[in-house]
Design a protein around this ligand. Sequence first.
Ligand SMILES: [Zn+2]
Length: 163
Amino acid sequence: MRRELLDHSLRVGISFGVTSGIITTLGLLVGLSAGTSSRPAVLGGIFTIAVADSLSDALGIHISEESEGIHAQREVWTATVATFVTKLLTALTFAIPVGLLDLDAAVVVSIVWGASALTALSWDLARHQGLNPRPLVVEHLGVAALVVAVAHLVGLAISALSS
Ligand SMILES: [Zn+2]
């Protein structure tokens, strides 16, 4: 029972950290690129998300796990730390294409990387729960596509307003 709950805590932290790390960072990256066309601005945004948003998500998971009322402190903290570390690392992977490539190419590579990682995670999650992976993957990619589209539009609007 204890061991299962600890696994549960790790799984909560990792799946939340990866998903949120991909979707938040991708949204920010697409929005800031369209809005500023500036590599330092996009990189700064990624590092800010990696640190500040990971802390904020870790606290959110901490409180959410605590409110379930079934977890020992050690399990709650496992989920908290797993969320922080996983989201930090996931967000930082996006700094690689942005740091190395031309910004437009980096956006395309980031979208492909984010979609692939999200597909792999969703597939694994579905298999773990004995569900059909296909609808879950479609659903998660649909949400990610919506976030990217909205972020792009917001970025364009900001760029139009500030020029
Ligand atoms: Zn829980």
